[in-house]
Structures are given as structure tokens and as C-alpha cells.
Design a protein around this ligand. Structure first.
Ligand code: MG
Ligand code: ZN
Length: 207
């Protein structure tokens, strides 16, 4: 917060399940983690265009006792490996293993990190030099959009995962509309890059 904004980078916060990998319910084994088509290319584009690329994911399966927290970490190691082979990388991963009612302590708690609560982005901002005013979030659920709004992030909803169903059947009840709807992450990232350039031009001409 105290750094001048020129030293801060824009970030793209990415939901995990349904946004970068196939939504299959709980990912309770590394073999269930499958990157969606175009995702390594999309992340590579973010890397090249100077965006910090950060995963923010709820993993309440830990609290529910479906899998251990170590499994979440193994899945993420696997994800990093697959992306690395494709020349892409994620700068940081944050996950919430909690649930307010399910399971046992220490995982059963009303935490600050379960989306749409703001904890994971607050933590990212204390760990990394992020300019939230130029940052984005991509997710497949309306609650991802609510999460983004708390920080005034530009929010993209993808139609992979739960996206298409939520978009077609529930958009009339949404409290917040996304800034853009994309068929998948690759197209969402192309929109983000074009949007961020147009915002830079605007800032330039307004000075
Ligand atoms: Mg999701
Ligand atoms: Zn949590």
C-alpha cells in the first residue's frame, strides 16, 4: 500500500476448478486435475504481458474430510509442473481449506479466506506488489464476481465449469454483473489484455 503505484503490477486472479481445470466436483486425487483447453497458452499470455497470475480457490473438501490438505498441495505441484512444460507459470496460489459448518476443527471455522470473503486477495496484496486498480479476476461462478467486486476488480466470467449453467439459468438473479463474459479462459485473457491496453491509452490521453 505504501509503495508508489509505478512499482506495482497488475494481477489477474484466477479461480481454479471450472476456470483453469475441468470441474469434476472435488479434486480428491491428482489424476482428476485436468487443465482445460487453451489454459497454458492463456497463462503464458498473462506472463508475457506483465500480469501477476494468482490462483484463489476454495477447497472445502479438506474441511469436509474428503481429502487432506497435503493432497491440495500435491495437486498444485502437479499443476505447476504441467504449466512449466508448456512455458507458463503461476506466481502464487492461495486456497481456503475451511468450511463454516462442516467437519472438525481446525478446518471448521468462519474464516476470512473462504470466497467471497476477502482474505485471499488481502493476503496476496501483503505478499506481492499488486496494483488492484489495474487488476482482474476470472471465475466460472457468480460468487467469484461478488468476490471481485469487493476490490473493484474488473471481473470476467467464463462459461466453462459451472459458468454456462449459471449464466443461462441464474443471471436474472445476479446481484452483480460481470464486466465481460468469455467462452473460456483463453478468450477471457485476450479480452483482458485488450482492455488493459485501452485503459492505458485512456490514462495517457487524460494526462
Ligand atoms: Mg470455479
Ligand atoms: Zn478459509
Amino acid at each position: 500500500m505504501s509503495q508508489p503505484s509505478s512499482q506495482l503490477n497488475p494481477a489477474v486472479f484466477l479461480d481454479r476448478d471450472g476456470t483453469i481445470n475441468e470441474e469434476k466436483g472435488y479434486i480428491n486425487h491428482p489424476s482428476r486435475f485436468r487443465l482445460l483447453k487453451g489454459v497454458p497458452e492463456a497463462i503464458r499470455l498473462l506472463n508475457k504481458n506483465g500480469f501477476l497470475t494468482i490462483i484463489v480457490t476454495n477447497q472445502a473438501g479438506v474441511a469436509r474430510g474428503y481429502f487432506k490438505e497435503e493432497l491440495v498441495q500435491r495437486v498444485h505441484e502437479n499443476m505447476h509442473k504441467q504449466l512449466k512444460q508448456a512455458g507458463a507459470y503461476i506466481d502464487a496460489v492461495y486456497y481456503c481449506p475451511h468450511h463454516p459448518e462442516a467437519g472438525k476443527e481446525p478446518y471448521r471455522k468462519s474464516c476470512r479466506c473462504r470466497k467471497p470473503s476477502p482474505g485471499m486477495i488481502e493476503q496476496a496484496c501483503s505478499d506481492l506488489p499488486i496494483d488492484l486498480t489495474r487488476s482482474y479476476l476470472v471465475g466460472d461462478r457468480h460468487k467469484d464476481i461478488l468476490f471481485a467486486r469487493q476490490f473493484s476488480l474488473t471481473a470476467v466470467m467464463v462459461l466453462t465449469g459451472y459458468g454456462r449453467g449459471e449464466y443461462e439459468y441464474q443471471k436474472g438473479q445476479w446481484r452483480e454483473q460481470p464486466d465481460h463474459i468469455a467462452p473460456d479462459l483463453y478468450h477471457g485473457v485476450q479480452w483482458i489484455i485488450a482492455h488493459s491496453r485501452s485503459m492505458e491509452d485512456k490514462t495517457f490521453y487524460e494526462q
